[in-house]
Design a protein around this ligand. Structure first.
Ligand code: DP6
Length: 332
């Protein structure tokens, strides 16, 4: 019996952010979040469990992974192995199609693809909700890459009740994320440490208490395809998260000068009648959100600014899914 499977999953961009956990071990977030999957910004992962394998191995983009990456992946596989009551080691081969170090978070697509592939390889027949909750244990944002399109992560109270659901399919609204790459430098402090530091900011409580309001406005704006309302709430949410980051101890300043240039330019373009908005994760890159019709215009505006090295474009992506790898493994 083969214990092998491969899966593809898309990264996602949060419109209402996850920043801070109420339970670190279980990755139960302090507040719910809303995102869209990013079509074409993806991870493909193959997992092969074998009784003869001595230990887990992880190949990332054709190279052996760093020890800390392998350890995080092994720990996640332990949670899946425990459910399947199997203790075989695994050979994991994973590939991202986006440029390494481009500041695109890979943990969302990585841990969702790993969860789908590993649970199928071990013949666990899991519902979408369970796959989402399980992915969350590996990386919080990964739970949002399991369902399709526009997604909401319900914060929940325990492992079973903290998972993401689709609130609208990809074809509901043709939003596009133009990722303006500012720097390829590795971020000094990753999200996992950042979530912990959030509570050292006196602003975190206020951000969390106000989250239901922002979630309601954002969800309703997506369902109604109301760009102006959507634009204002996602910018406010991103700036609230960055206010927490800036006022944490130590202070987390993820912005570079071109980040601020875009924070000022994008609302100005919107005031001039273009449906465009921004959001920013734990890094200097700016996710410039527009509709497909306005992509050429917004792309040109971005090209005219200084300090942007590259622009990636992604429409709304589907759900994480199993795939048939090429027989010779060539696709990986
Ligand atoms: C700023 O999901 O990367 O992108 O659970 O520690 O893996 P871990 O954190 P992660 O945090 C994402 C933070 C964010 C906001 C978001 O995606 O909601």
């Amino acid at each position: 019996m083969t214990m092998q499977a491969s899966a593809r999953s898309y990264s996602n961009i949060a419109f209402i952010k996850y920043w801070g956990n109420k339970d670190e071990g279980l990755r139960l977030p302090a507040n719910g979040s809303i995102s869209m999957n990013l079509n074409g910004i993806e991870t493909v992962t193959s997992v092969n469990f074998g009784p003869a394998l001595q230990k887990d191995t992880l190949t990332l983009n054709s190279n052996p992974a760093a020890p800390d990456q392998l350890q995080r992946v092994s720990r996640h596989l332990d949670a899946i192995r425990a459910r399947a009551e199997v203790d075989h080691s695994a050979e994991i081969v994973s590939r991202n199609n986006f440029p390494a170090g481009a500041g695109i978070a890979s943990s969302a697509s990585a841990f969702s693809a790993l969860t789908v592939a590993a649970s199928a390889a071990l013949k666990l027949d899991l519902e979408e909700q369970e796959l989402s909750a399980l992915s969350r244990l590996g990386s919080g944002s990964a739970c949002r890459s399991i369902p399709e399109g526009y997604v909401e992560w319900i914060a929940g109270e325990d492992h079973e009740s903290s998972y993401a659901i689709s609130i609208a399919p990809p074809e509901h609204w043709d939003l596009v994320d133009l990722v303006a790459i500012v720097s390829r430098e590795h971020k000094p402090i990753g999200s996992t440490t950042g979530h912990r530091l959030a509570w050292s900011s006196p602003l975190q409580q206020a951000r969390v208490i106000d989250a239901p309001r922002r979630l309601d406005i954002c969800r309703a704006a997506i369902l109604a395809r109301d760009f102006p309302v959507f634009a204002e709430i996602i910018e406010q949410d991103a700036l609230m998260m960055h206010s927490v980051m800036l006022t944490s101890n130590p202070s987390l300043v993820y912005w570079a000068p071109p980040t601020l240039t875009m924070i000022k330019a994008v609302p100005q373009w919107r005031a001039d009648g273009i449906p465009v908005s921004f959001t920013i994760d734990a890094g200097p890159n700016v996710h410039v959100i527009t509709t497909s019709e306005y992509v050429p215009v917004v792309r040109q505006f971005l090209k005219d600014l200084d300090g942007i090295s590259e622009i990636l474009a992604a429409g709304v992506g589907g759900k994480a899914h199993l795939i048939q790898p090429a027989a010779d493994g060539a696709s990986l």
